[in-house]
Design a protein around this ligand. Sequence first.
Ligand code: ADP
Ligand code: MG
Length: 355
Amino acid sequence: TRPSSPRKIVALSEDVVNKIAAGEIIVAPVHALKELIENAVDAGSTSLEVVVKDGGLKLLQITDNGHGIEKGDLPILCERFTTSKLETFEDLSSIGTYGFRGEALASISHIAHLSVTTRTKESSCAWKAHYAGGKLAPSKPGQDPAPKSIAGRPGTQITVEDLFYNIPTRRRAFRSASEEFAKILDIVGRYSVHCSGIGFSCKKHGESSMAISVASKATTLDRIRQVHGAAVARELIQFDASSERWGFRCEGWVSNANYSIKKTTMLLFINHRSVESTAIKKAIEQTYQAFLPKGGHPFSYLSLEIEPQRVDVNVHPTKREVNFLNEDEIIETICSSIQIKLGSVDTSRTFMTQS
Ligand code: ADP
Ligand code: MG
């Protein structure tokens, strides 16, 4: 029943506001994991291990061998807008690292049980801390929330347990753990292909077999083979495109005319962030129409670097689509480079595989 006179307007508690904001940034486990992967990459890691339980809803654990976090930074680590990557608003346009808002860990701590074990190269031991609602918290009720020293290797391990435990409606909305696990494998696979020099592994908790395993020394082609299989890896051509006028460089691997799948696979990185672009995807599909049988689609991996001041990076974290200047011209240049490669490589490949 609706009241006939207005009710008094009151402010929501800070806790509720933080929870709502966090739930908007992290809609599914994969969104938390993407942020954690980017943090590990930012920290200069060469090894990144992911363990997942119940599609990430029960457990998401990521262990890296990066530069670690200073003990003195642990108390504010999970506060909103605390970051080591940005000082002024102007830095936003020239930022080279993935993170730039200092919101990921804070958000996770509002909607999950978060613990961090970290050790810098200078430190003689590791430190372990638990977080709740953006602040240091005791590991068990009544205990001291201060970080504890423990044995550990240099690097950082982040453990996220019981995601959405305090948002029961969201928690119940997940139908299948395997669907969430598939999304997790997708994002780990994308970064495994893109991040040269970094070894990746991903497995389910309690299982010994790896769902993804890529060595740090692996070449890009090896990485694609590991993640997407030999059938596509043997039909790939390398391409590049660039323009000083439009301020971009692009390189990548795309399938040739011998390869065709029902749905396009596109791994797209813009300035080393995994993103989506409907415009680029459509243009690539169109480029392949002349080369593939009807209903056939290509595989593509593109690493696009655009001058930072031309990219709108200050988008909301949930916005996977990015905006950049001269989109049409840049897409056109990339696609014509792919087209030339397809035209020249195609016949020789067909000839070679048939002989
Ligand atoms: P942002 O990445 O936008 O700075 P985050 O909330 O993701 O914000 O992380 C906050 C800070 O915590 C980072 O700026 C970084 O200093 C530190 N940090 C987070 N994850 C790691 C990690 N795996 N290794 C080292 N430092 C980390
Ligand atoms: Mg981050």
